[in-house]
Design a protein around this ligand. Structure first.
Ligand code: SP5
Ligand code: ZN
Length: 372
């Protein structure tokens, strides 16, 4: 089942961004959702698409993001325009580098300095309705997450009763959303991301009052981030906790460049619960699938989660215009199948993937592979 909303196409449409200092088209574009939707609708025997969205309000968002940051996202564009900013949207130009000698302790006073305070790069343009778009993406993701609890319950009951369900065919749901979320930290946007959809969903699951029967602890969530880029945002949110587990396969030294080293393993109670597997650009289909299967065997299975959340990026694709390994379209069903074999209720949440032409095929490949 697929959860989405027309607002994921219409609300957030910046005209341009910058790559290597040059102005370029905005790769995280509305056509991305349309392309994926088109694939899913033409395979309606496998996928049921719903635009039903519930409103979970501010609470689940405030569990992972700071109030000052949320206020900023909501008001940034209007202030930016009042202060003469370009109508494409808010983009920082001065970001307080950690060696910048802020000897007077200066804090932000206007839209430009606020952008420096709350945004870590120039690739998260805030337009008039960006906050609404990010809010909507989070609510769509939460709607799917609530349904995950329902299908997981049915699955458990079915397994216990020894009926038709089997560990070999776990239930799966997909939130087709944009803007994406995995680069958004508790109080920083960047990398096309504003609200961390996966982080919000994971925390919401952990906050549910239902407990694990085995040990009386909250339900356990394992996040597997298969976007080409490291999910610095999701990792930061959960770096000091053992639940959820965060595990990422990503391009070594690629964007966001300064995070995602294999030596980042979590801190305090979270030590060992952030797992980073940087891979070379030369990674092929076989190498990628092997790395994923190894990650699953060594870290995901022993973690003994109740739910899996996948940060689903297909910018691992060889022809992605801003990223990519040597991975071909044939790898995606294999990736989906490896995730299916974990045998747990799984929520897929859309992150990156910018080769619009093959986006439906690649995302659809993962979902088809999961369905078996
Ligand atoms: C969610 C997600 O996938 N965000 C990625 C944001 C990446 N933004 C900056 C990428 C810079 C790569 N520049 C390479 C240009 C090659 N033409
Ligand atoms: Zn990405």
């Amino acid at each position: 089942k697929v959860f989405t909303s027309k607002l994921c196409t219409t609300l957030h449409t910046p005209e341009f961004e910058f790559h290597g200092g040059a102005q370029s088209q905005h790769y995280e574009c509305p056509e991305r959702r349309e392309a994926i939707l088109k694939y899913l609708e033409s395979h309606s025997d496998s996928f049921e698409v719903t635009e039903h969205v519930e409103d979970f309000g501010y609470e689940p968002i405030k569990r992972v993001h700071k109030q000052g940051f949320l206020n900023y996202l909501e008001t940034a564009y209007d202030e930016w325009i009042l202060e003469g900013g370009h109508p494409n949207g808010v983009m920082p130009s001065t970001i307080p580098h950690y060696r910048l000698a802020r000897l007077g302790g200066q804090t932000p006073t206007n839209s430009l300095t606020n952008a420096g305070e709350y945004c870590f790069d120039m690739s998260a343009v805030i337009t008039k309705d960006t906050f609404k778009a990010a809010w909507n993406a989070a609510q769509v993701t939460l709607t799917a997450t609530k349904d995950l609890v329902r299908v997981a319950d049915q699955y458990e009951k079915g397994l216990a009763a020894g009926t038709t369900v089997s560990r070999e065919a776990p239930p799966g749901l997909y939130a087709l959303v944009r803007p994406p979320g995995h680069h958004a930290q508790s109080d920083l946007c960047g990398g096309y991301c504003f609200l961390n959809n996966v982080g919000i969903a994971a925390q919401w699951l952990i906050d549910r009052p239902e407990l694990r029967q085995k040990d009386g602890q909250p339900k356990k969530v394992a996040i597997i981030d298969i976007d080409f880029h490291h999910g610095n945002g999701t990792q930061e949110l959960f770096y000091k906790t053992s639940n959820p587990l965060y595990a990422s396969l990503h391009g070594r030294d690629a964007y966001p460049h300064f995070t995602g080293a294999a030596t980042e393993r979590g801190e305090g109670e979270g030590l060992g619960f952030s797992i980073n597997v940087p891979l070379p650009r030369s990674t092929s289909d076989d190498e990628y699938v092997e790395a994923l299967e190894k990650l699953i065997q060594e870290h995901i299975i022993p973690y003994d989660a109740d739910y899996i959340i996948i940060s689903l990026g297909v910018d691992t694709f060889k022809d992605d215009p801003i990223a990519g390994f040597l991975v071909t379209s044939e790898a995606y069903p294999r990736i989906g199948n490896a995730i299916r074999k974990i045998g747990l209720p799984t929520l897929f949440v859309q992150e990156g993937g910018y080769c619009v032409e093959k986006l439906g095929l690649n995302v659809g490949g993962i979902l088809q592979g999961f369905l078996g």
